[in-house]
Design a protein around this ligand. Structure first.
Ligand code: TYM
Length: 331
């Protein structure tokens, strides 16, 4: 079965609509006929400043959201990145074949560094994509289900994997991004020219675990466009089109069908339907997540089992890498 690898950063207590529609929902669908590894990437979450207690709580909270959304630990391997030291070990080796200029061209780094200023941005933020490449290459992944914003990082992963293979001999399988076209980029509800993101935050962000009343309020105050017709036109009507995308995704239909259904109806009706559809998924997901967090010991046991399965694969890849690179075996 083809191998899948993906991860999310535990940088917030709740995932948002973009994380869910762009990534997590795809993960759940893929586990049926793929050998899937889903990771909570806590090493990545310390690249931009954090609080240790928040990180601990959010790491478990994110793992519980994977489970609550339908990631099945019997079929998929669910684990925490820092539990498998091979990630950091491989990242070092890959960092040594990454060009400084190559890493400097990563747009996510440039955006985040610009927000933090030259002094605020860390070396960890700069090498973040190299660690991401290590995550993926360690598991010999075929597919990486992510949102559009991660495409460049997957390309770097392929470049680094290919470069290692040609310099030292074939070790790595080169992965393909798996980007669901319809939900590749969910937009901010207040600024539908920008992607929804936790680092921007604000009233345009919809978090799955937020209070249902506030979720509803944020959807109902979404910025819409001039005109009154519910038409799918991402260029001319980005706000309305984004709401249609969200509604279609949560109700398992297409934007064309949504457009037909709303012929002759206004933006108010559309927003009401979006709020209902989001809450129909978000409310039971939040309940399941809360129940899972009530037994943190059981959750930790499950993550420990996941880490064991992950390391069994990761250690094999790392051993091959160390051998190819020319490190003397430690006996
Ligand atoms: P993170 O935690 O920032 O985002 C998690 C996932 O959510 C997707 N996403 C979106 N999709 C659609 N619309 C949006 N507005 C939106 N916002 C976020 C992201 O594309 C991502 O799939 N670098 C990764 C974490 C990572 C990783 C990996 C991913 C580390 N190692 C290995 C895959 C494989 C990230 O930024 O996640």
């Amino acid at each position: 079965r083809p191998r899948v690898f993906s991860g999310m950063q535990p940088t917030a207590d709740s995932l948002h609509l973009g994380n869910y529609l762009g990534a997590l929902r795809q993960w759940v669908a893929l586990q049926d006929d793929h050998d899937a590894f889903y990771c909570v990437v806590d090493l990545h979450a310390i690249t931009a400043g954090h609080d240790p207690d928040d990180l601990r709580r959010r790491t478990r909270a994110v793992a519980a959201q994977y489970l609550a959304a339908g990631v099945d630990p019997e079929r998929s391997t669910l684990f925490v990145q820092s539990h498998a030291p091979e990630h950091a070990q491989l990242a070092w080796v890959l960092g040594c074949i990454t060009g400084f200029g190559e890493a400097s061209r990563m747009t996510q780094f440039k955006d985040k560094a610009a927000r933090q200023g030259t002094e605020g941005a860390t070396v960890g933020l700069f090498t973040y994509p190299v660690l991401q490449a290590a995550d993926i290459l360690l598991y010999q992944a075929d597919l990486v289900p992510v949102g559009e914003d991660q495409r460049q990082h997957i390309e770097l992963t392929r470049d680094l994997g290919g470069r290692f293979n040609s310099r030292f001999g074939e070790v790595f399988r080169l992965p393909q991004p798996h980007i669901a076209r319809a939900t590749a980029k969910i937009l901010d509800l207040q600024d539908p020219t920008a992607k929804m993101s936790k680092s921007i935050g604000g009233a345009g962000l919809v978090e799955l675990l937020d209070d249902p009343k506030r979720i509803e309020k944020r959807i109902k105050s979404a910025v819409t466009d001039t005109g009154r017709d519910v038409l799918y036109d991402p260029e001319g009507k980005p706000g309305v089109s984004n709401l249609m995308t969200i509604l279609a995704a949560f109700t398992g239909t297409t934007v064309e069908r949504v457009q037909d259904d709303f012929a002759g109806r206004g933006y108010g009706d559309l927003k009401k339907a979006v709020a209902e559809a989001v809450l129909a998924t978000a409310v039971p997901l939040a309940e399941r997540q809360r129940a899972l967090l009530e037994d943190p010991a059981e959750l930790d046991r499950l993550l420990a089992r996941g880490a064991e399965k992950a390391r069994a694969v990761a250690a094999g890849t790392l051993a091959a890498v160390y051998d190819r690179v020319g490190f003397v075996p430690a006996r």
